[in-house]
Write a protein that binds this ligand. Structure first.
Ligand SMILES: *[C@@H]1O[C@H](CO)[C@@H](O)[C@H](O)[C@H]1NC(C)=O
Ligand SMILES: *[C@@H]1O[C@H](CO)[C@@H](O)[C@H](O)[C@H]1NC(C)=O
Ligand SMILES: *[C@@H]1O[C@H](CO)[C@@H](O)[C@H](O)[C@H]1NC(C)=O
Ligand SMILES: *[C@@H]1O[C@H](CO)[C@@H](O)[C@H](O)[C@H]1NC(C)=O
Length: 600
């Protein structure tokens, strides 16, 4: 603690010298200590004025919401707009301030002694920052865009300036990294004084399962009876609790609501608590037209969207291949807003998912890559999930366990080998007509052993990276099959289509469900063998989710989703409510390792 005292003395000494020299000084301030207030009286915002780190320095928002759906309405009236043009329109795409509540505040300390003829500038000089940053001054209750050459007069400077700042874009992997240096220059006829404050645009962060659900999203396909049935059943389930969870519907025949968008958010400190803007990340799948609906319909006041071009329709770029480990801190790493996981198809596809670079550019949830190349679709949401739980980390890791699934059928086979392996009626020509004994072929067992080895590797990576204790890892009995075929419009590459090597869930994948709250989990109904009146796969599922206190609610998705190679999680999405400010560095202190970082 000695150093800050010395540096404070130095600052004071320099301040005194400056005062002595000119009689007044330039002093610009932002909320550098992130307490939600710009302090122009005390020195609380001086210490971190030149900080751009994760832990300190002023932050501001990409003000990219769509107030009153202005841009969405334009998009809807012109379907020839390119994807880029769709994404280019938002609240900050021109010079009008439509959503001042998302600006961050910048103030200058009043200079009462300034001579009448003096004047000043507020400038963002670096060209790439200038292009991406908007500065506003308040004049008679209106926010007016302020360019580098605008001259503030002496009476404005004497009173002290009250400015707002926002960004036209988020941090990007190539392009702007969100940094802005704001310069303040004051001069009279004889002399000038300058000062700076640094700000950085807040990262775009994904939601995780420790956050409550504000809205469930799914798809309303009027031409599909099975999808309508799914939506109707889902509506009933969401209406059950009091208060109900609201359901929002995309109108499209692309039923994979998980895949064309990843709901996310961005936030900064405000005087009355965090100021949060929702940001929907469209998948980088240009030919997937459902993604346009994110810009045309899902945006609204307080909710924007971003798009990062360059990916392909390949399943690797679907957002079901992006999930979030809840906050943790382990060894020298700390992820107070959680950490992203993405699956790689490394052997068959040389690059990472396209959105990897965009998420990395946010510099806060450093995506961890897991091997999903052995799966036919290849999404992380087919094999792992993170659930709220009373553990040291505050969550538990759930992972698919094919051998546990096989073992359940093996022991059922002893007395009930002739029982049908699937208990669902076959009304969409897809339910195999096999007994338990017929299902358990050597190939099925060999394949599942091979998949279990792949999953062991995934588990090792996750344990090594997060330090999650072995007792907080829960194994979900599931069985995988091979040889599943996809329709021509799906993004499954030819080598994975009808492949006898790649894995797909045989029964509706109970792990591919939705965490509705810290007490309710929505799972696809597995339709396992019914023995003595009990679906033995459902029984095993209830048991494993009960281990963290979750009650399982089932929904039938066989004809609507399972038949198409996905399940409930793939067919839905959730918008959640952040429960911790991402800049709260004390929030992880109980895990041991973060405490030291506060001293940085
Ligand atoms: C200074 O500028 C403000 C804002 O444009 C204006 O209202 C005011 O009259 C100006 N004051 C002088 C003394 O020119
Ligand atoms: C997968 O193979 C089937 C059968 O050959 C074919 O009809 C379908 O179009 C293929 N799907 C893809 C995505 O290539
Ligand atoms: C879905 O709704 C149908 C029709 O009301 C009903 O028969 C079925 O049991 C429901 N299934 C589930 C699991 O949601
Ligand atoms: C930061 O986290 C700590 C520990 O979880 C909590 O007590 C505190 O209220 C949080 N601060 C804010 C501003 O949310």
């Amino acid at each position: 603690m000695v150093f800050p005292i010395i540096s404070r003395c130095l600052v004071l000494a320099v301040l005194l010298l400056c005062r002595f020299g000119v009689g007044w000084k330039a002093d610009i301030r932002a909320d550098s200590n992130r307490d939600g207030i710009v302090d122009i009286v005390g020195d609380s915002d001086l210490g971190d004025k030149y900080e751009w780190s994760d832990l300190a320095g002023a932050i501001f928002l990409a003000n990219i919401g769509d107030t009153d759906r202005r841009c969405s309405k334009i998009a809807l009236s012109d379907d020839s707009l390119s994807d880029e043009a769709l994404a280019a329109c938002n609240d900050a795409s021109d010079d009008i301030q439509r959503s001042p509540n998302y600006m961050a505040s910048i103030k200058t300390v009043p200079i009462p002694d300034l001579e009448d003829g003096a004047w000043g500038h507020i400038q963002v000089t670096e060209e790439i920052s200038r292009k991406n940053v908007r500065l506003f001054r308040l004049e008679e209750g209106e926010w007016i865009i302020t360019t580098n050459d605008y001259k503030f007069n002496a009476s404005q400077l004497k009173e002290g300036l009250d400015l707002g700042i926002d960004a036209r874009d988020t941090r990007r992997p190539s392009g702007w990294d969100g940094r802005a240096e704001v310069h303040f220059h004051v001069q009279n006829e004889l002399e000038f004084q300058v000062d700076d404050v640094y700000l950085r645009v807040a990262p775009i962060l994904t939601f995780h399962h420790l956050m409550g659900v504000s809205e469930v999203l799914t798809t309303n396909d009027d031409d599909s009876e099975v999808q309508k049935q799914f939506v109707s059943n889902l509506t009933d389930i969401l209406n059950e609790p009091n208060p109900p969870t609201s359901l929002w519907l995309f109108n499209t025949d692309d039923i994979w609501t998980q895949d064309f968008v990843e709901p996310a958010y961005t936030s900064i400190p405000g005087p009355n608590g965090p100021i949060t803007l929702e940001v929907m990340i469209r998948s980088s799948q240009g030919s997937r037209t459902a993604g346009r609906l994110v810009f045309e319909y899902l945006r609204q006041t307080g909710r924007g969207a971003v798009y990062s071009t360059g990916g392909t329709r390949d399943e690797i770029d679907s957002m079901g291949n992006l999930e979030t480990i809840p906050p943790y801190s382990f060894e020298d790493k700390s992820f107070p807003a959680g950490r992203i996981i993405e699956g790689s198809h490394a052997e068959s596809y040389p690059t990472y998912p396209h959105v990897y670079e965009y998420m990395r550019a946010q510099e806060f949830q450093d995506p961890l890559i897991l091997d999903t190349d052995w799966l036919a679709v290849g999404h992380v949401d087919e094999i792992v999930q993170f659930l709220p739980a009373n553990t040291q980390h505050g969550w538990a890791l759930y992972i698919a366990d094919p051998m546990a699934g096989i073992n359940i059928l093996e022991s059922a086979k002893q007395d009930h080998g002739d029982t049908p392996a699937f208990s669902r009626e076959n009304d969409c020509d897809d339910v195999p007509d096999l007994t338990i004994a017929e299902l358990l072929t050597d190939k099925l067992k060999r394949d599942n052993k091979r998949f279990a080895e792949k999953l062991d590797n995934v588990l090792n990576v996750l344990q090594k990276e997060t330090g999650i204790a072995t007792e907080d890892v829960h194994h979900v009995p599931m069985i995988f099959t091979t040889g599943v075929c996809w329709g021509p419009d799906d993004g499954v590459t030819p080598d994975r289509n009808c492949s006898t090597k790649h894995a797909a869930a045989l029964y509706p994948a109970v792990l591919n469900g939705v965490v509705l709250s810290d007490s309710t989990y929505l799972s696809p109904k597995p339709w396992g063998p019914v023995i003595d009146g009990t679906d033995i796969l459902e029984e095993a599922t209830n048991k494993v989710y009960k281990e963290v206190g979750l009650e399982v609610v089932y929904i039938d998705d066989w004809c609507s989703h399972h038949k198409g190679g996905g399940d409930v999680h793939c067919g839905t999405n959730t918008i959640r409510v952040p429960n911790q400010p991402w800049w709260n560095t004390t929030s992880l202190a109980s895990n041991g390792e973060t405490a030291g970082r506060n001293e940085l």
